[in-house]
Ligand binder design. Structure first.
Ligand code: FES
Length: 99
C-alpha cells in the first residue's frame, strides 16, 4: 500500500512518561521496521490521555496506548496500512471510530 506510515512519534513528556510512554516506546523499538522511524517527541498537547502516539503521514492519533497493544498497532497499521480503530484517540477520530 502506498500510504503506509513512515513515522511514529511517541510523546515522551512528563505526563505521558508517568502513564507508561517508556514501555510503549521500548515495545515499538523492539520490532524495527525498515520503512518506519520511531521517535520520541515533546508534548503533543493532549496531556492526560497518554501515552499519546502520532502516526504519520495521514495524522493518526492514538491515546492510552498500552505496551501489550503495540504488536497490534505494528501489524495492522504500520505493516498493514489499516489504522486500529478501537485504539484511536476519540477526540480527533470520533467519526473514524464509529464506522
Ligand atoms: S505529556 Fe504527552 S501529550 Fe502532553
Amino acid at each position: 500500500m502506498s500510504n503506509l506510515p513512515n513515522c511514529v512519534k511517541v510523546c515522551h513528556n512528563r505526563t505521558c512518561k508517568k502513564q507508561g510512554a517508556d514501555q510503549v516506546l521500548a515495545a515499538l523499538k523492539a520490532t524495527p521496521l525498515d520503512h518506519v522511524s520511531i521517535e520520541s517527541c515533546g508534548c503533543l498537547g493532549q496531556c492526560g490521555n497518554g501515552p499519546m502516539i502520532l502516526v504519520l503521514p495521514g495524522i493518526f492519533w492514538y491515546s492510552h496506548v498500552k505496551p501489550q497493544e503495540v504488536t497490534k498497532l505494528i501489524e495492522q497499521h504500520l505493516i498493514g496500512g489499516e489504522p486500529v480503530k478501537k485504539m484511536l484517540y476519540l477526540r480527533f477520530h470520533s467519526q473514524d471510530k464509529s464506522n
